[in-house]
Write a protein that binds this ligand. Structure first.
Ligand code: SAM
Length: 452
């Protein structure tokens, strides 16, 4: 029987889907953060459950050749990244392996899985950050939360956001201190300044800031904004967001623009998109374009095609396809996404795309008399509602391009389609979130051709 606080020498034989090292002690799996497969190490048992345990690395005796010194000084405490201790080639192969194993175990299939498409520079890629501010030991701290906690890591430099974000955060901290702005305390719900949201346009470098405050007013805001703009003239807008709620939701829907415009403009696959501080926009535009290109490639679009973009968000996949096909219909459950998708169509002079608000599982059956040449599916992490998949099979849709941010639910849905006469032809993983264990995949699924 394993005992809490006991020490053991172990060899790591595997990695979990969230990149914990797996060792076995007397047949009991022990999960250890920041350990890599093949490594020998001394560990300390930190928690014992009925059939498994957790441990902490004490000393790595034989490091993996794939181990890399994380470039971020905060890596071992910060909740932002989880695999910065793997070299990038290993990160990519770890993700491909996870896709393969999950499709085998949950999907009961072994399709062609291509190598994970990585980034030339797997750092500084994330264009949106929400940085909570707080007080720790009488000092102002700002950064991401520590793993599984609401303690803030006082960020010096983050390596997944644009470099300039860390500099803006540092200057804002100094300005809040010098202007004696009180800082929000989550425990007693007092204090003013809660968080800073930063968004960045890849296209023109503009930056949109949102000050999230507990209350309607921010003293000295003109002086603070003036100092920020003077040092960082690429700040094109500053928004004040009043969030007095006690919950975990960071941004409320009560906002006003303090400076410039509450608008950024970016480009994806040759189309222009405008978005404001609240709108959904992909956080890694470089990889999003690569992913969309592959999705369109799988769709093998023809000028006469009618395509559907279920779970369309602000319409980006459907609009990227629109100029190549006859007609596009997109749907999304969120009203503001549909409003924005329509605006995006207008902004790009696209007239053959229409967007409908509603649940994909409710709207798709209304298209039962149409021949859909390709159905794009890009659901949230929980995957598709079973009724949507049933509709797909009854409508006899020949080609599905399934984009997924959760390989487990994708494998479940793919298995349902497999049992209903579909074949997953091939899958390409994309590294949309380098340094984290998150995986994005795009898969081509076709109605199985029966030899007569
Ligand atoms: C992963 S996002 C994909 C967005 C878009 N395809 C893109 O590439 O940016 C999933 C989208 O599904 C929407 N959604 C969630 N549940 C839905 C449902 N049952 N029916 C339709 N849309 C849904 C969400 O609002 C969100 O916009």
């Amino acid at each position: 029987m394993l005992k809490k606080n006991s020490y053991h020498d172990v060899e790591f034989i595997d990695l979990t889907h969230d990149a914990l090292g797996v060792a076995k002690i007397d047949g009991v799996p022990v999960f250890v953060k920041d350990a890599l497969k093949g490594e020998h190490a001394e560990i300390k048992i930190t928690k014992v459950n009925k059939n498994f345990a957790f441990g902490r690395l004490i000393e790595i005796k034989t490091p993996s050749p794939f181990r890399k010194k994380p470039i971020c000084q905060h890596f071992f405490v910060c909740g932002g990244c989880d695999i910065m201790h793997m070299n990038y080639d290993m990160q990519l192969s770890f993700k491909k392996h996870r896709v393969k194993e999950t499709l085998r175990k949950i999907g009961h299939m072994e399709p062609i899985i291509h190598d994970t498409v990585g980034m030339n520079n797997p750092y500084y890629y994330r264009n949106k950050a929400i940085i909570p501010f707080g007080i720790e030991d009488d000092r102002l701290v700002a950064g991401l939360y520590k793993r599984r906690s609401h303690d803030i890591v006082d960020l010096r430099r983050c390596h997944i956001f644009p470099k300039i974000y860390s500099d803006i955060i540092r200057l804002l901290k100094a300005l809040l201190v010098s202007h004696e702005i009180s800082i929000y305390d989550e425990e007693n719900h007092k204090g003013l300044f809660r968080a800073l949201m930063l968004r960045h346009s890849e296209k023109n470098g503009n930056i949109l800031l949102t000050f999230v405050v507990n209350g309607g007013k921010m003293p000295h805001k003109e002086k603070i904004i003036e100092s920020l703009i003077e040092r960082y003239p690429m700040i094109s807008g500053v928004v004040l967001n009043n969030n007095s709620d006690k919950g975990n939701v960071m941004i409320s829907n009560k906002s006003k623009t303090l400076y410039g415009e509450d608008i950024l403009e970016d480009e994806l696959c040759g189309l222009n998109y405008q978005y404001n501080h609240q709108s959904f926009f992909q956080v890694n535009p470089v990889q999003t374009q690569n992913l969309y290109k592959k999705a369109l490639d799988y769709a093998d679009l023809k000028a006469d095609d009618y395509i559907v973009d279920a779970y369309c968000g602000v319409g980006t996949i459907g609009l990227s396809a629109a100029k190549k096909v006859k007609e596009v219909t997109g749907f999304d459950v969120i009203k503001s996404n549909i409003k924005q998708a329509k605006e995006n169509a207008r902004f790009n002079d696209i007239e053959n795309a229409k967007f409908i608000q509603g649940k994909a599982e409710s709207v798709l059956p209304s298209l039962k008399d149409q021949v859909i040449d390709t159905l794009f599916i890009d659901p949230p992490r929980k995957g598709c509602d079973k009724s949507l998949l049933k509709t797909v099979t009854t409508m006899d849709i020949k080609r599905i391009v399934y984009v997924s941010c959760n390989v487990s639910t994708f494998a479940r849905d793919a298995n349902f389609l497999l049992k209903s006469g579909y074949t997953v032809k091939e899958v390409t993983p994309f590294d949309m979130f380098p340094q984290t264990a998150h995986i994005e995949t795009v898969a081509l699924i076709e109605k199985t051709h029966l030899e007569s």
